[in-house]
Design a protein around this ligand. Structure first.
Ligand code: GLU
Length: 481
């Protein structure tokens, strides 16, 4: 390949679903590749599987990418006229013309076999011990008369590519090294369906060629498609891009990540709604398929671009570790400057059942108390609900403490002292506890636990002094009754 050619990579989802982990990871590595080598990252749409397309999927794919900071240089919303259109269904004529070229060259042909006939062919081959079905070339050499006869029967042809005989497709995969396939193992496959719509393996080649794509990083499930695509490049005499097939993502049990893994959220929108930080997900996805030389764990986007080296893409499956994702997210929350933190956290604060008398400034200072505690934004909603929603259904252990000797002394005394306080803050409240300890001799659990349970309805959770701070004098007193 001409080394001076500008690097151009792409993420080309089918709009059959929303942006999920695997897609986001593919997009991320293509993006890094582009940015590392001063190239362009293109977002385009492979929508030829029309029945499976979902309304809104294209927009959410694009916007979720942008949310993650994976910003395309060209996209369906920001097309470069030189390369438009960016949706396959808008360029059907182009595919038809290229398919016709192959037919005219004698390397593709019309196939009139029906679905039923193909199914029968498959069954026959299976019965004869053939492991993977290959089209038997029934229609390879049809005469014009035979074709006409089929057409009269109402049959509409597909177009199949005629695979070369005993040809080796070799390429250097950016992840797996040298890979080769023999053309004899691949049947003549359909490039245009009978409804005039191209198949993925055909359209992707035309798109990658016309869009000057130089490198393709995609999921391992596409490895077996690559020789089919190389056959098309070969017939047209086009130079193929360089390919890299990224390893699968596995769950902690070592199984391929699937939609049935309920412990692992699949879609970026779910992460956003729960209060994951886009920079943290970017960082996490970066290490889900790539390892740094020194096992470093935190990378900003700029650092990832700088550090990225395609030769370190992992060649073994990447394990999706929820704990590491949470750890990374917490790290990013802790290290946000306060302005950014407020912007991020306030929607989650406001989702809680907060008393209406608290204004935004008070809520902001309350939110700071949690900055080092939360792993995801939604934690603060739950923690605030625990605090603001008064709980009175105590369990057995809590009841025992509330009926203890110390509780009978400490609770009224604390209430009495608190009523007299003008300024309530951590220091003044701590002083009260010191006084009570001195006066009654109760300390530790005996001293704090009855108050804690009265205030929060729970023996665990956020620090009691913070809770008093958050509740304020009146509400604290009302809970001590
Ligand atoms: N539309 C394909 C997919 O979503 C893209 C395959 C490719 O990158 O060539 O898997």
């Amino acid at each position: 390949m001409d080394d001076k050619k500008k690097v151009r990579v792409r993420y080309a989802p089918s709009p059959t679903g929303y942006l999920h982990i695997g897609g986001a990871r593919s997009a991320l590595f293509n993006y890094l590749y582009a940015k590392k080598y001063n190239g362009d990252f293109v977002f385009r749409i492979e929508d030829t599987d029309i029945e499976r397309n979902i309304p809104g999927a294209e927009q959410s794919q694009l916007h979720d990418l942008i949310w993650l900071g994976i910003i395309p240089d060209e996209s369906t919303e920001n097309p470069n006229p030189k390369y438009a259109p960016y949706r396959q269904t808008e360029k059907l004529d182009i595919y038809r013309q290229y398919a016709q070229k192959l037919v005219d060259m004698g390397v593709a042909y019309e196939c009139y076999c029906t679905e039923d006939e193909l199914a029968e062919m498959k069954e026959e081959q299976l019965a004869n011990g053939v492991k993977s079905f290959k089209y038997n070339r029934h229609c390879l050499n049809l005469t014009e008369e035979e074709k006409e006869k089929y057409r009269k029967e109402g049959r509409k042809p597909t177009i199949r590519i005629k695979m070369m005989e005993n040809h080796e497709f070799k390429f250097h995969d950016l992840v797996r090294g040298d890979v080769k396939f023999n053309s004899n193992d691949i049947g003549d496959f359909v490039i245009m369906k009978s409804n005039g719509i191209p198949t993925y393996n055909f359209a992707v080649v035309i798109d990658d060629h016309l869009m000057d794509i130089t490198h393709v990083l995609r999921g391992e499930e596409h490895l077996s498609n690559t020789p089919k695509q190389l056959q098309i490049y070969e017939y047209f005499g086009w130079e193929p891009p360089k390919f890299g097939h990224m390893t699968i993502i596995v769950n902690p049990n070592g199984k391929k990540l699937s939609k049935r893994d309920h412990d692992i959220l699949q879609f970026m929108s779910q992460y956003r709604d729960l209060g994951y930080v886009p920079e943290a997900i970017f960082n996490f996805l970066f290490l889900l398929g790539w390892t740094s030389e020194d096992n470093r764990e935190i990378f900003t986007k700029e650092e990832a671009i700088k550090a990225f080296d395609p030769s370190r893409l992992s060649s073994s499956p990447s394990m999706f570790d929820n704990k590491r994702l949470l750890w990374t997210n917490q790290y990013y929350i802790k290290h946000m400057d306060n302005e950014k933190y407020f912007e991020f956290i306030m929607p989650f604060v406001k989702k809680a059942n907060i008393p209406s008398n608290l204004n935004d400034n008070q809520l902001k200072s309350i939110s700071l108390i949690f900055k080092n505690e939360i792993e995801i934004g939604q934690n603060i909603t739950n923690m605030l609900n625990d605090i603001f929603v008064k709980k009175t259904d105590y369990d057995e252990e809590e009841k025992v403490i509330l009926n203890s000797e110390s509780a009978k002394v400490v609770i009224p005394l604390f209430k009495e002292k608190l009523e007299k306080l003008n300024v309530i803050n951590q220091d003044t409240v701590k002083n009260i506890f010191k006084e009570i300890q001195k006066e009654t001799g109760f300390k530790g659990k005996d001293l704090y636990m009855p108050i804690r349970i009265k205030l929060t309805g729970s023996m665990h959770g956020i620090e009691m002094f913070n809770i008093i701070d958050i509740l304020g004098k009146e509400e604290t007193l009302s809970r001590l009754i």
